[in-house]
Design a protein around this ligand. Structure first.
Ligand code: SF4
Length: 229
């Protein structure tokens, strides 16, 4: 729940629990709940499949994203596209967003207040998409779900929390600044691809079992066994 004036003129508590995807995008695009609204060109809600199995969450829009209103369209975005290709998918198959939807001035780190006030938008996006796995890109995204975790220790792991799977990765921009991160990120993405393949095979096996014997109990992915790499 957000408390403040909204772009459509609503004032006071705003409940996002019943808002649909288009409504949510509209809220974000016109949001003025934190100071980043005063310096952004365009808010960047996110893009991709609204039924994605894989959801990538970065830190915040950069210069090009702010100009175009789309996430990961700069050089880091081009690298992310290549990484997504490594798991046999493309941008239209996944959903990509950030923990803050507006560009921090000069690409500074998002402030705790900005992260907190923007969080309900991300939570509602996750709720609507209900992805099989969330890939956190960078430390701010990781810290949103696993406060206190150190990315250099947990990158490449796939963990379960609150009924969801999370894969921690370095931000693709890290590879642009330091070459040593490039291979680390590629290796982590390949590991995610292997995990997704195993899950796909298990899902296919279950689907076949249900086809052969409809009394076979279905198992939602929320109850899948924790996998730790
Ligand atoms: S960063 Fe989030 S909370 Fe702040 S103005 Fe943009 S959409 Fe609103």
């Amino acid at each position: 729940m957000l408390d403040s004036a909204q772009p459509d003129g609503a004032v006071g508590p705003v409940d996002l629990s019943n808002i649909d995807f288009d409504g949510l995008d509209g809220r974000i695009s016109g949001c003025r709940l934190c100071q980043l609204a005063t310096t952004r060109t365009r808010a960047v809600p996110g893009s991709g499949s609204r039924t994605a199995e894989v959801m990538f969450i970065g830190e915040g829009p950069g210069f090009h994203e702010d100009q175009q209103g789309k996430p990961f369209v700069g050089r880091a975005g081009q690298f992310l596209d290549q990484l997504i290709g490594l798991i046999g998918l493309n941008r239209g198959d996944v959903y990509i967003t950030n923990v803050v939807k507006c560009r921090p001035p000069n690409n500074r780190d998002p402030l705790p207040h900005e992260l907190a006030v923007c969080r309900p938008y991300l939570d509602r996006q996750i709720e609507l998409i209900d992805p099989r796995v969330i890939v956190t890109l960078g430390r701010y995204s990781l810290g949103t779900f696993f406060p206190g975790d150190v990315i250099s220790r947990v990158h490449g792991t796939i963990r379960s929390k609150d009924g969801r799977h999370f894969c921690a990765m370095f931000h693709p921009a890290a590879a642009l600044h330091q070459e040593r991160y490039r291979q680390l990120i590629i290796d982590d993405m390949k590991r995610l691809g292997e995990w997704l393949d195993v899950r796909a095979q298990e899902q296919a096996k279950l689907a076949l079992e249900v086809l052969v014997d409809p009394s076979t109990p279905d198992r939602p992915h929320q109850s899948e066994q924790l996998a730790l790499f």
